[in-house]
Write a protein that binds this ligand. Structure first.
Ligand code: ZN
Length: 132
């Protein structure tokens, strides 16, 4: 365990995602049968119900759909406030992530972001977002 990090759920369905962030790839699950993209990953395709899973590598850019500024309660190892955004990837899926280098009074809906990676330890590299 690394102090100061809220560790995400890791499991069979999402391992490919974390394998990707570890090498600087933002991976989106894709159905091999119908090409539907989905995030968060899951065992079956919501479009066609098949189990044939693959993934694509996202370009790594997106737009702020909404955000929260976390001021309280304290998060161990973190200096508050932190900005957490729902990011609409250009590929059409939405994911949540911390936005760094953007002040809490500067973040706005529609802002363009690009992904970056924060290596926590051998098992975990988190995607983070910066102003594009
Ligand atoms: Zn499908």
């Amino acid at each position: 365990m690394t102090a100061g990090v809220i560790r995400p759920m890791m499991g069979r369905d999402s391992q490919f995602f974390w394998d990707g962030t570890a090498i600087g790839e933002l991976r989106i699950q894709q159905c091999n049968a119908c090409d539907a993209l989905r995030f968060p990953p899951g065992p079956t395709c919501v479009e066609c119900g098949r189990f044939d899973r693959g993934h694509v590598v996202a370009a790594g850019s997106g737009t702020v759909f909404s955000y929260v500024v976390h001021r309280y309660p304290p998060v161990p190892g973190k200096e508050l406030p932190i900005v957490i955004a729902l990011v609409d990837l250009d590929e059409g899926v939405r994911m949540v992530g911390e936005v760094v280098d953007v002040a809490d009074d500067e973040i706005e809906i529609g802002m363009r972001l690009r992904v970056d990676y924060r290596r926590i330890d051998d098992e975990l590299t988190l995607p983070i977002w910066r102003r594009a």
